[in-house]
Ligand binder design. Structure first.
Ligand SMILES: Cc1ncc(COP(=O)(O)O)c(C=O)c1O
Length: 382
């Protein structure tokens, strides 16, 4: 796969290595949003069917991306916190049970569990990263697996860690959760699109992702997949469009106690969003066209050599097996000074993030080896 820079409109004076903060928009995604805005100039051209058809196409495209058998297991959400709130609303917890999260996890995948755990007098077990610079990812994964016990009701984690790209071994975690009857909720905001994800293989109870990072969509829309464990559950809101036969506008006030099939009861109200839905749809279409496995390989090839050069200069970067290539943390050796490195990156117009003690670098398909060489140059120059 070749670099897709041409599809985007990045400022050529900057080196953007910060998809984990927010992806840029492709021109075609931008265009889809503009068409959506213009549609409301003439509301008469927005038909009743339009309330359903575009979001259905989006669900279909998303289900292709994650290999879901049924598109109605996939729903439009406004944020990760919303998607996780639906899980929290249906989690059966008793006093003494526990929920497992990883250390320094993104708050939208922690606050919902804090609330339900407090109410039920259950425990949140936070598995902090081991305090070691070598074999950190492997040991961390082992500690997560070891922490799952017969009182565990949920493991909530990312596919990769949002701050340093540590990969979590979801297959082994899923296996262990099955053994103890716990749910698995995955926040794939920082990986979906850039890493393949197959829900038929992994069978998570929930897979949640914000749309504006590796999914390359706009802000304020995301996607969720809910497995069969949540099929008959209670959504956090009761909106008209998720009710059975809501397509029949003239019959809406004959209130219907049944929901639309699959997981559609969990979809956010006004999910027909005529601007964001076509944008998200266009972005996921592109990802499906390019295929996550090709994007993943492109990024592996892109970062391999720069990472080995950085390691030779003393920087500490997780070994390949336990680290993503679309997002990785660079930790410093004793002779490095974070303030100096920040100043050098700023001076070279290189945009990254700083999370915890790591420089977070998150390239994607619009980056080429020139971009990575600039990063290496800035970090290793005297
Ligand atoms: C891993 C992860 N999850 C979720 C989010 C966003 O959460 P929300 O959609 O609830 O604002 C972010 C934003 O940085 C993130 O990094």
């Amino acid at each position: 796969m070749d670099c897709k820079k041409k599809e985007f409109n990045l400022d050529s004076n900057i080196t953007y290595l910060n998809c984990a903060y927010m992806s840029p928009l492709m021109s075609s995604v931008e265009e889809a949003g503009i068409i959506g805005i213009k549609k409301k100039r003439q509301p008469n051209i927005i038909s009743g069917e339009d309330f359903f058809s575009e979001s259905d196409k989006l669900r279909e495209e998303f289900s292709k991306l994650i290999n879901s058998e049924q598109r109605n297991q996939c729903v439009v959400i406004p944020s990760v916190s919303y998607g996780m709130a639906n899980v929290a609303n249906n989690l059966k917890l008793e006093k003494g049970d526990n929920i497992i999260v990883v250390g320094e996890q993104f708050p939208s995948n922690v606050y919902p569990w804090m609330e339900v755990a407090q109410k039920a007098e259950a425990e949140i077990k936070t598995i902090s990263p081991p305090d070691t610079k070598t074999g950190r990812g492997e040991l961390w994964n082992k500690q997560i697996l070891d922490s799952i016990d017969e009182r565990t009701k949920l493991v909530a984690c990312g596919h990769i860690h949002w701050a340093d790209g540590t990969i979590f071994d979801l297959r082994s975690i899923r296996q262990k959760t099955y053994e103890v009857g716990a749910w698995l909720a995955v926040d794939a905001t920082q990986s979906l699109g850039a890493l393949p994800f197959d829900v038929q293989q992994l069978k998570p109870d929930a897979l949640i992702a914000a749309g504006y990072k590796s999914l390359m969509g706009p802000y304020s829309i995301g996607m969720a997949y809910y497995g069969s464990a949540l099929s008959d559950g209670n959504p956090i809101e009761q909106n008209w469009i998720n009710r059975f036969e809501s397509e029949n506008f003239s019959n809406l006030i004959n209130y219907n106690e049944h929901y639309q099939p699959g997981a559609l009861r969990y979809e956010v109200g006004e999910h027909s969003n005529f601007i964001l839905v076509p944008m998200m749809l266009e972005a996921i279409k592109k990802l499906n066209e390019w295929k996550p496995e090709n994007i993943q390989q492109y990024l592996i090839d892109l970062v391999e050599k720069p990472i080995s050069i950085l390691r030779k200069s003393g920087f500490i970067i997780e070994e390949t097996k336990y680290r993503a290539s679309n997002l990785f943390g660079i930790r410093l050796a004793e002779h490095h000074q974070m303030n100096e490195l920040k100043a050098k990156l700023l001076e070279s117009n290189i945009i990254v993030s700083y999370r915890g003690d790591a420089i977070r670098v998150s390239p994607n398909i619009y980056n080429d080896s020139n971009d990575l060489n600039k990063l290496v140059q800035a970090l290793t120059s005297n």
